[in-house]
Design a protein around this ligand. Structure first.
Ligand code: PPE
Length: 311
């Protein structure tokens, strides 16, 4: 499973700066500022085919809000508002005839001046939608994946703005992910600069011990929308969830550890740093939360209809 390649991304139309263009025409100049310095922001959103046959975007409002927050944190003035961006996402899905897929909105700084003050360069927006299967493999979802604690730390909170989903910050994630894959693991878990567990390269992390669920608090991590979803679903089931500092060895002795993210959904971890986690299989709490999550995104749980925007 480690290092599994994903298919080349392709489709029909891309929404660029306010209109749909042909996939092949969605190109940029090499002087695009974001390409040089990494200041851009993005989102990852999923659209699911629901029980009734229609398709729905999961927590569209929250993702677009976080995109605009990320831009605000980074002093980028986005020329489109919440409603326009939500509309652009739905339009892109329809134009590509996708009933299920992953949506990648990207706000980036266009070409013009170079240097660290991109003052008047245009702020550009792209929305791409494409099929994306299980991020950590079908097998990963059922059997769990193998992870390693990375040699790379998550950025200090005043170096990287952790509430922004900023392009350049992902260099840190890429270093950690590739190290993990090269070392034969599926995913990397990053500690913060104090040595406490933060999150995985592109997912939030939870552990379960004696029935209680624990997850790191927000300061050093991305405020994951799947994380918030799972916390709410767990509490609704009467499970106890606490946000608390976690050490590396608390992961080793957990009964269950799992990851959450838009791409990764809810994925169990069966081994960390050569220590088996619990029974080495997907645990009962993880399974229950996976089932609850998939029921919600596929419209089988009426209680959470408010999280679905139908196409
Ligand atoms: N932490 C990080 C660092 C992160 O990138 C993500 C999402 C999360 C937590 C979970 O957030 P949320 O999706 O709101 O539950 N990572 C995105 C990028 C994946 C990629 O490889 O690209 C995602 O899951 O879409």
């Amino acid at each position: 499973m480690a290092g599994a390649t994903t298919p080349r991304v392709t489709g029909e139309k891309i929404w660029l700066d306010g209109r749909l263009v042909n996939w092949a025409d969605a190109t940029v100049h090499v002087l695009t500022h974001t390409l040089h310095y990494g200041l851009g922001v993005f989102e990852g959103i999923r659209c699911y085919r629901t029980e009734g046959g229609r398709s729905a975007v999961f927590r569209l409002r929250e993702h677009v809000r976080r995109l605009l927050d990320s831009a605000h944190i980074n002093l980028m003035k986005v020329p489109f508002g919440q409603a326009e961006l939500e509309g652009a996402i739905l339009e892109t899905l329809r134009a590509n005839h996708l009933s299920e897929g992953y949506i990648r909105p990207l706000v980036f700084i266009g070409d013009g001046v170079m240097g660290l003050n991109p003052a008047d360069n245009p702020i550009r927006v792209a929305v791409v939608a494409y099929p994306w299967g299980k991020y950590l493999g079908e097998e990963g979802i059922e059997k769990g994946i193998r992870a390693k604690v990375s040699t790379f730390a998550r950025h200090f909170v005043n170096a990287k703005m952790t509430k922004g989903k900023t392009c350049g910050d992902y260099v840190n994630s890429i270093l950690a992910k590739r190290e993990a894959l090269l070392d034969g693991y599926d995913e990397a878990i990053l500690l913060d600069t104090q040595g406490l567990v933060a999150e995985a390269s592109g997912e939030n992390l939870f552990l379960v011990r004696d029935g209680a669920i624990r997850t790191p608090a927000l300061p050093t991590i991305l405020d994951g929308i799947t994380r918030a979803t799972v916390i709410e679903l767990a509490k609704d089931k009467g499970m106890q969830v606490t946000e608390t500092p976690l050490t590396r060895d608390e992961l080793y002795v957990a009964d269950e550890v799992f990851l959450t993210g838009t791409a990764a959904e809810v994925t169990p971890i069966r081994e960390i740093d050569h220590r088996r986690i619990g029974t080495g299989r997907r645990g009962p709490v993880t399974k229950a939360l996976q089932e609850a999550f998939f029921a919600v995104v596929s419209g089988r749980d009426g209680k959470y209809e408010r999280w679905l925007t139908y196409l």
